[in-house]
Design a protein around this ligand. Structure first.
Ligand code: HEC
Length: 152
């Protein structure tokens, strides 16, 4: 319960960061922090899935974190917060805005896959969890390949 309360207050704080992110630099920094959280959750799940006895609680926590953040992804990219517009390091390519429909679709794919993964995690079926976690990972890659510049 305490862990849950801490987690919830963490989420509230993360939301507050987004709301008060005024400058484009702050927007980019907050966005990267949020993606790091998503990345950490994916890694925790991948790591435990490699072990002989995967920890279902870890998987469920990762799924909950990712599904809580996935709907917000489109709000992390206001115009003017990408490469060439901010002085902090960013991998947000201009295509995010020049191909806004494609980017929106990539974010929708993430949200759908995050929902499927969460449902599988809730069911506890390891085969389904593996399949949905892999499918989720493909949606990360699908967006990154087009819209994220890795070597910055
Ligand atoms: C709709 C597009 C999109 C999807 C889907 C997406 N990402 Fe990203 N991600 C980005 C972009 C763009 C950046 C670069 C942001 C920046 O540098 O400002 C990024 C950056 C990151 C980073 C680096 C953050 C840092 O330290 O700067 C990580 C880690 C990451 N994403 C993980 C993930 C994972 C894991 C998933 C899938 C569960 C995912 N992303 C799905 C677009 C996406």
């Amino acid at each position: 319960m305490r862990a849950m309360t801490l987690m919830v207050s963490g989420l509230v704080m993360a939301a507050a960061v987004a709301v008060h992110a005024a400058s484009p630099n702050d927007v980019a920094t907050a966005r990267q922090k949020n993606f790091k959280q998503i990345g950490g959750a994916m890694k925790a799940a991948s790591d435990t899935l490699k072990s002989p006895a995967p920890n279902l609680a870890t998987i469920r926590a990762s799924a909950a974190t990712i599904l809580s953040l996935a709907p917000k992804v489109p709000t992390w990219f206001p115009a003017g917060s990408g490469i060439g517009h901010v002085s902090v390091k960013t991998g947000a390519k201009p295509e995010i805005w020049s191909d806004a429909a494609g980017f929106k679709l990539a974010a929708a794919n993430l949200l759908k896959a995050a929902g499927d993964y969460k449902a599988a995690a809730d069911s506890g079926n390891m085969d389904a969890i593996r399949a949905k976690q892999m499918a989720l990972g493909m949606t990360c890659k699908g967006c990154h390949d087009k819209y994220r510049q890795k070597d910055d």
